[in-house]
Write a protein that binds this ligand. Structure first.
Ligand code: HEM
Length: 141
């Protein structure tokens, strides 16, 4: 299980970097810009990296530290954080990225595609940054 925690922890940097690149790329487009293969790939791989996090996260949820016992949510700050903040916010962010990308793929105009990616991915990034158990938060996770 340790290795999965390392993978889930380390992959955050890949996911965050891709998300940032995708957002900057989308915001940098002007009215006449095209929606090229490169743009499509950045947006796709960003989504995939988050879906890998979901997969690892699900395994950790059911096989890791989380103990589904009576009273756990109120007694244990780590459990409370994971079950009330980390998991729900990450799931919402994942839905935003997936839906945002689908909408962008469906939009006709290249500029609309970029705008959709920029907005949906930015909101997801904010949620993800808020839901990561950063060491400075002293959560001991
Ligand atoms: C989508 C982006 C996600 C990011 C960037 C992320 C990031 C992290 C990080 C940095 C940790 C701390 C790991 C450590 O101990 O060093 C963590 C822990 C954890 N995450 Fe996520 N996570 C994400 C999504 C999810 C999802 C969707 C789930 C569940 C469905 C999940 C479940 C967990 C669990 C259960 C732990 C605690 C692991 C343990 O210590 O047993 N995560 N996550």
């Amino acid at each position: 299980m340790e290795i999965l925690i390392y993978a889930h922890s380390g992959l955050r940097w890949l996911a965050l970097t891709l998300l940032l690149i995708a957002i900057i790329n989308a915001f940098s487009k002007k009215g006449k810009s095209l929606y090229e293969k490169k743009d499509k790939m950045i947006n796709l791989f960003t989504m995939i990296s988050l879906h890998i996090q979901l997969l690892l996260g699900l395994i950790l949820t059911f096989n890791g530290k989380i103990a589904f016992k009576e009273g756990w949510i109120t007694n244990n700050p780590q459990m409370r954080f994971l079950l009330m903040e980390h998991i729900p916010l990450m799931l919402i962010a994942l839905v935003l990225v997936t839906v945002g990308r689908k909408k962008a793929e469906k939009a006709e105009a290249p500029y609309s595609k970029h705008q959709l990616i920029a907005k949906w991915y930015l909101i997801a990034l904010i949620l993800i940054l808020a839901a990561i158990p950063w060491s400075f938060r002293g959560l001991n996770i």
